[in-house]
Design a protein around this ligand. Structure first.
Ligand SMILES: CC(C)(COP(=O)(O)OP(=O)(O)OC[C@H]1O[C@@H](n2cnc3c(N)ncnc32)[C@H](O)[C@@H]1OP(=O)(O)O)[C@@H](O)C(=O)NCCC(=O)NCCS
Ligand SMILES: CC(=O)OP(=O)(O)O
Length: 335
């Protein structure tokens, strides 16, 4: 998995500040130790300054050289309360509600990233995706060129020659439940950028369906076909095609048979799923049955990096996601 090594080297060179709000989870503490030891990023944990090192030492994890912050006692707390209130008062948030929300480590960490006091946040080992995403969508919002935030996975299938020597980007596996064709097109383009910027390969993008180029007729298929057209208009020079069934997208012989002449069929390395049911189920099947490494959900289209985890993650997954967040943070810092 050379791509991961490259990501870690970039993270190490960048030395970004990443906040981990879920310090109640031993996997997070173990990962924090590994990240600092491997010099991948500067880590701040949200937790009780007195309690946390003791809890960690019971687990034989040394946190003595890590920064720990307590939202209730943080010197910028009132500043964050006011900023959150100003951002959300038109949505009906009162000052007291803003103060209350900032007791939630996920809101506090997100606010630190928004205010530039941290470069990125990784959470989701004990929180649901919705709870990790909501503060980020409300406070940090989308990058200016996009209307949507979506969630991609880097999927590495061992002993596989398909895709980019076994490496793929899958999207959207985390956020948009039933995207319309415009949103689906944007998800595909974001996944292409993820392929280029994080996985280091040129995207060959397939929009997936249960139909291959008109083999079935249904409004769900029409949505995917429209998304292909829109995505091509967004990035005319990229290899983008569909709608394809998964075998037509991935397997050269099937691609030639079902979609002759397509520059993508049989060669796809970016798979765009038509909705969240198929995307989330699809990535978990490949992860669990093909024993693939699944890194994500990497949030695409966010103005500043916040990344989610699956609650089924291990500490290595957290280390990898912190490295990715650090690389994204480095890319968003303008000279
Ligand atoms: C992401 C999600 C939490 C947002 O749901 P929600 O909290 O009900 O969101 P709302 O519709 O109230 O929107 C909240 C804010 O987020 C914004 N938002 C919601 N979805 C967005 C998206 N995909 N991209 C960008 N912004 C989005 C809204 O515009 C809104 O902004 P505003 O409050 O400033 O107007 C919801 O879509 C969800 O639960 N998705 C599935 C997550 C999941 O379970 N994944 C499977 C496991 S990974
Ligand atoms: C990405 C994902 O599916 O997250 P979880 O397993 O926590 O629901």
């Amino acid at each position: 998995m050379d791509f991961l090594q490259v990501i870690k080297e970039k993270a190490s060179a960048a030395q970004r500040r990443i906040i981990l709000p879920e310090s109640g989870d031993s996997r997070v503490l173990k990962a924090a130790r590994q990240i600092v030891d491997q010099k991948l990023a500067r880590i701040t944990l949200i937790g009780e300054e007195r309690q946390l090192p003791r809890q960690a030492s019971d687990l034989r994890i040394d946190l003595s050289d890590l920064e720990i912050i307590e939202p209730a006692a943080h010197p910028k707390r009132e500043q964050y309360v006011k900023t959150l209130y100003q951002l959300r008062r038109e949505k009906g948030l009162s000052l007291d509600e803003a103060r209350e929300l900032l007791n939630n480590p996920l809101y506090f960490g997100t606010m630190m990233v928004y205010c530039g006091d941290m470069d990125g946040m990784v959470a989701g080992s004990i929180s649901t995706t919705g709870n990790v995403l909501r503060p980020a969508l409300q406070i940090i919002k989308t990058e200016r060129r996009y209307q949507t935030v979506s969630g991609a996975f880097l999927i590495f299938v061992p002993d596989c020659i398909l895709g980019e020597h076994g490496l793929f980007v899958f999207a959207d596996c985390a956020v948009n439940v039933n995207p319309d064709s415009r949103t689906l097109a944007e998800i595909g383009i974001q996944a292409g950028h993820t392929a280029r910027n994080l996985a280091n390969f040129e995207p060959v993008i397939s929009f997936l369906s249960f139909s291959t180029q008109g083999s079935a007729s249904h409004e769900m298929v029409d949505k995917v076909r429209e998304a292909v057209q829109i995505a091509r208009e967004m990035e005319p020079s990229w290899a983008i095609d569909g709608e394809f069934q998964a075998d037509a997208a991935l397997i050269p012989a099937v691609g030639r048979q079902k979609a002759p002449g397509s520059p993508v069929a049989g060669k796809a390395n970016v798979l765009v799923f038509p909705d969240l049911q198929s995307g989330n189920i699809g990535y978990k099947l490949v992860e669990r049955l093909a024993k693939a490494v699944a890194i994500g959900p990497i949030l695409q289209g966010m103005a500043k990096p916040v990344n989610d985890l699956s609650r089924g993650c291990n500490s290595d997954d957290i280390v990898n996601m912190v490295a990715i967040t650090a690389v994204q943070a480095q890319a968003t810092i303008r000279p």
